[in-house]
Design a protein around this ligand. Sequence first.
Ligand code: CO
Length: 210
Amino acid sequence: MNSYEKLLLENKAWAKEKIMDDPDYFERLLHIQNPDFLWIGCSDSRVPANEITGTQPGEIFVHRNIANMVVNTDLNLLSVLQYAVENLKVKHIIVCGHYGCGGVKAAMTNHNFGIINKWLRNIKDVHRFHRAEVDSIADEDLRLNKMIELNVVEQVMNLAKTSIVQKAWQQHKLPHLHGWVYDLHDGITKPIFEMPACTSIDPLYEFDDL
Ligand code: CO
């Protein structure tokens, strides 16, 4: 059997198990797409949003990319964000990074990765904003982990800079923004930064005609 065929077999077994536990499982899910949460996480295969939060299908709207970035020219992220905020009306947006993130690690080198350089440059900008704090840490792993935390903080702030979030804050006093970091060593997720709805932001980024 090919490795990918096993996935289809496992899928069949999973569907059967769900029906055995709860005959209405799929019928019920069919009619609800009403998640309270938008998850913006890293594409890393070891950080699956539903699994680590013990949530079921229908509970989290998910977007993942390398190093859980909120880049303001990323049509994919912005489309997900707009749909989640304006149509699904999510109450919380969680940016979840993870210690040991390969994307952040790569951005802290001078290696030429080709196309990925363009993505990683957004993380290099985070390094530049916090250069003194990051570069003062002698230990390589601790320096990387500090960058991972600061990157999550910056990406949460990038959410607040969008007209999508600012408009929702003005109209609905939602969503609240959260920055979390997951630890691959023990599976524990640590909250490190919060921006409750309507938090004041740098006036440079405020829109006055939403
Ligand atoms: Co990662």
